[in-house]
Design a protein around this ligand. Structure first.
Ligand SMILES: Nc1nc2c(ncn2[C@@H]2O[C@H](COP(=O)(O)OP(=O)(O)OP(=O)(O)O)[C@@H](O)[C@H]2O)c(=O)[nH]1
Ligand SMILES: [Mg+2]
Length: 228
């Protein structure tokens, strides 16, 4: 049964993504079929992000503490919805897929839904080879250690029900939070599903915030120590 009084909260962590944030917000607004709250959590970008976000009439939250995970947790604290969607501000994900992400949760078929890039399409230049290799290794490790069957543990486009989030110990402030969502969900017996999506290269003039080695080491430790 599809409910009508259903709210989706979208959390967008953003640090210096002023070139793309407007498009991400507009794509979300243009494609979500649900009552949607959009929250941008900005790390004092100073590149016009604040002005753009306010002009789009969506919520703007400043977070001075550094970290992708920290920004997401701050966004979750502002979320009023039954479902929380998380997406990057860099326009690398297909924001138009938001309904596909939300539907399995709305239908109560799953508690967590991932937009899988590795199970879908990677456009040329979207993911450096090293990142692809790391993601494959970590995804394999996750599936083996946590008895799951997902194809992209490191996707930044995912949805969780608010009631599921309440049960998770979100202990990472960094890029490792994507993995913590999944190890915690598996430990608590939550249902994880996914669908294939498209991953696009970053805008030429924007910069990745990913420190591959720092993130890789953190993810490795989370996978081992967070084991059930
Ligand atoms: N508020 C805030 N946002 C952040 C911080 N670090 C990263 N972000 C945002 O979190 C999202 C993910 O960071 P990315 O640099 O895109 O990381 P990634 O997707 O793993 O790497 P790419 O594939 O190169 O895009 C982006 O929207 C960033 O702007 C931070 O310290 N604070
Ligand atoms: Mg990104």
């Amino acid at each position: 049964m599809i409910k009508n009084d259903f709210i989706v909260s979208v959390v967008i962590p953003a640090f210096k993504e002023g070139k793309t944030i407007q498009k991400v917000i507009r794509d979300l607004k243009g494609s979500s079929s649900y009552d949607t709250q959009i929250i941008v959590v900005d790390g004092y970008s100073n590149d016009g992000t604040e002005e753009i976000v306010k002009e789009e009439n969506v919520e703007f939250v400043s977070e001075s503490r550094v970290g992708y995970g920290r920004a997401i947790k701050t966004g979750i604290n502002h979320a009023k919805g039954d479902v929380v969607v998380i997406i990057d501000a860099d326009d690398t994900y297909e924001a138009g897929d938001i309904d596909k992400l939300v539907k399995p949760l709305l239908k109560e078929e799953a508690d967590v839904c991932l937009a899988s890039r590795l199970g879908g399409t990677l456009l040329p230049g979207a993911m450096p080879r090293m990142n692809l290799f790391g993601n494959r290794m970590f995804t394999l490790m996750y599936n083996l250690l946590y008895s799951q069957n997902v194809t992209d543990t490191q996707t930044g486009f995912r949805a969780l029900t608010k009631s599921a989030i309440k049960h998770l110990d979100l202990y990472s402030d960094g890029m490792g939070l994507s993995t913590v969502f999944l190890t915690e969900a598996a430990k608590r017996g939550l249902r994880i599903t996914e669908f294939p999506t498209l991953y696009k290269p970053r805008n030429n003039h924007s910069r990745s915030k990913l420190n591959r080695f720092k993130a890789g080491w953190e993810i490795f430790r989370i996978l081992l120590s967070g084991q059930a």
